[in-house]
Design a protein around this ligand. Structure first.
Ligand SMILES: Cc1ncc(COP(=O)(O)O)c(C=O)c1O
Length: 384
């Protein structure tokens, strides 16, 4: 039986009548950009995330860019972010004219290593951008303390982590800004591109609101250069149908994660040849991904074992993905920054070791058993 990495159709088809009604409402309204649908969704998100302000944005990437612009970050400034993340985190920093300073991550959490952040702070540092990778919060208590000490801002790249918590508090309200993505495969998936920007700071919210729409106030009068970062009404209306189900989706993901962990835990080689993902103490993990690590023989990065497992699973029609095969410091476009594998050893190693397997909420026990059996059989062949 084929097991896809995710299946957006199953989740959305289950809500088809409500989604169609929401679409019909937008169609009848004739209001397609911002407006009442977006405002309604923003209020719903602000309540869910426990923040004062939530702005509907065109994508997660645009939410990050807008946060940086609202903080006035630009040429001459540095923003510290992980090397082991999706491209947009650092791409947005470069687009403002500032310099991304890549920092290493902890192999246990895949998130920013706070000690490494501390040593990369310079007088030019304007912000730290932790990424809550795979649905789990970075160590926000330690990062906020460090940021306060140095007078720098914190932008949470919460694009993969809507609904995640730390010490009971939702991400997105823990730093100065939170950026979320509703890319279709995220825990809250839209019907195209969509995102959200959150903050508890009234002045920053007001500035972001202006910059979202070319910095115009009033219409056609521009004090600042902004952009078009607006959310479409149709996305807001459809997402508003799905948001009340987000908690249940996350619970099913967590149950799937727990089952994998329980089933894999006693296999030979687990802990050394196959390392399972864990939720760090205090974290409410939302399991956007369940990401295995396959260290290479003799400690060499990957050494082909990750590729071998991927091929093994592909042959059994089991979907996998590598998030992410190249750390950002090694991307061609960032080569001029001059950061090396030796400077970012954990990020470099993880890029050769990680493999994400199906965890989506609608995964059936039978499908999950297929994945578990296939991984078990792979480990068994390896021992001979
Ligand atoms: C960590 C991270 N940052 C930023 C983004 C960008 O979000 P979007 O695809 O909505 O622009 C994503 C999503 O793909 C992401 O996973």
């Amino acid at each position: 039986m084929a097991v896809p990495l995710f299946d957006t159709k199953l989740q959305n088809n289950a809500l088809a009548p409500e989604l169609q009604a929401a679409f019909a409402r937008v169609l009848a309204s004739g209001q397609f950009i911002l407006g009442a649908e977006v405002q309604g969704f923003e209020r719903q998100c602000a309540a869910y995330l426990g923040v004062r302000h939530a702005l509907g944005i065109s994508s997660g990437t645009d939410a990050i860019l807008l946060a940086l612009m609202a903080l006035g970050i630009g040429p001459g400034d540095e923003v510290i972010c992980p090397s082991f993340t999706f491209f947009a985190t650092a791409g947005c920093v470069t687009r403002t004219g500032a310099r991304p300073v890549f920092c290493d991550v902890s192999a246990d959490s895949f998130n920013l290593d706070v000690t490494d952040v501390a040593r990369r702070i310079t007088p030019r540092t304007k912000a730290i951008m932790p990424v809550h990778l795979y649905g789990q919060a970075a160590d926000m208590t330690a990062l906020n303390e460090l940021a306060r000490k140095h007078g720098v801002k914190v932008i949470e790249d919460a694009c993969q982590a809507v609904g995640a918590t730390q010490n009971g508090r939702p991400v997105g309200g823990l730093g100065d800004f939170g950026a979320f993505s509703f890319f279709p495969t995220k825990n809250l998936g839209a019907f195209g591109d969509a995102g959200l920007l959150t903050t508890n700071d009234d002045a920053l919210a007001e500035r972001a609101l202006l910059l979202r729409n070319h910095g115009a106030q009033p219409k056609y009068y521009h004090q600042f250069v902004g952009g078009n970062f607006r959310l479409d009404a149709v996305q807001a209306a459809l997402l508003a149908v799905k948001l009340p189900h987000l908690h249940a989706y996350a619970q099913r993901r967590a149950a799937n994660a727990a089952r994998y962990t329980e089933q894999f835990a006693n296999l030979p080689g687990v802990g050394t040849k196959l390392i399972l993902p864990t939720a760090q103490p205090g974290n409410g993990h939302t399991w956007n991904q369940y990401t295995l690590r396959l260290p290479g023989a003799g400690g060499l990065p990957g050494a082909g074992r990750r590729e071998a497992l991927r091929a093994w699973l592909t042959a059994r029609q089991i979907g996998t993905e590598i998030y992410y095969p190249v750390p950002l410091h090694a991307q061609a476009c960032f080569a001029p920054l001059g950061q090396t594998d030796a400077d970012l050893p954990v990020s470099a190693r993880l890029a050769g070791e990680v493999l994400s397997i199906p965890i989506f909420p609608e995964l059936t026990p039978v499908q999950q058993d297929e994945v578990i059996t296939a991984v078990r059989e792979f480990l068994a062949t390896e021992r001979h």
